[in-house]
Design a protein around this ligand. Structure first.
Ligand code: GRF
Length: 202
């Protein structure tokens, strides 16, 4: 699957999008990033995509009568481009079955904790508030729950007692920027197999 076509969904800063775009440019991704999908026209990630020469699909959810309505339009665009993998990288919306079902087994998400601990928003803050000594990063397939799909890869890191949300998030980001392109590369190479809820990675 050397010519796997990828769409990245992101809502904010887009440092993970950047890591993927850099890996693709340097020939480390084994896949092509064909589209950025973004629900916030003023997000920094849109500028990053423009700078990288990657087409954007930017929309405002409030312009649509329902989540399903905009997802149907996005799905049509993904299908038109022949997108084989969707990567959620800081996309701050819960997906409906329109996209989840259409891309079952072909959609992944990156989350800044060791799932199933601390799903949902502000995972780094949640981990600090709880006082865990180890946290990390998870990349998983997307199902219809929140951060609940089959896990592909995880990496742990120690929490320092002096960590603030900022210092911890920075170390987590460093891991994310390496791990996410690595997982995409494995999927592109056909080295990730999903069997029910179990994932096998070569
Ligand atoms: C990352 O921490 C990712 O794990 C989470 O949202 C954050 C996005 O950061 N899902 P960025 O926009 O890629 O910088």
């Amino acid at each position: 699957m050397a010519n796997l076509k990828v769409a990245v969904f992101a809502s904010g800063n887009g440092s993970n999008f950047q890591a993927l775009a850099d890996a693709a440019r340097e020939g480390r991704l084994g896949a092509e990033i064909r589209l950025l999908v973004c629900d916030r026209p003023d997000a920094a990630v849109v500028k990053r995509a423009e700078a990288a020469g990657i087409p954007t699909y930017v929309f405002r959810p409030r312009d649509y009568p329902s989540r399903e309505a905009y997802e149907r339009e996005i799905l049509a665009e993904l299908e038109r481009l022949g997108i084989g993998l969707v990567v959620l990288a800081g996309y701050m919306r819960i997906l409906t079955r329109v996209l989840v079902d259409a891309y079952a087994g072909r959609m992944i998400n990156i989350h800044p904790s060791l799932l199933p601990a601390f799903p949902g928003m502000n995972a780094v803050r949640q981990a600090l508030d709880y006082g865990v000594k180890v946290t990390g990063v998870t990349v998983h397939f997307v199902d219809s729950g929140v951060d609940s799909g089959p896990i592909i890869a995880q990496e742990a890191l120690a929490v320092d007692e002096r960590d603030t949300e900022e210092t911890l998030a920075e170390r987590i980001h460093r891991i994310e920027h390496r791990l996410l392109p690595e997982v995409v590369r494995r999927i592109a190479d056909g080295r990730v197999r999903l069997d029910g809820r179990r994932v096998f990675v070569e």
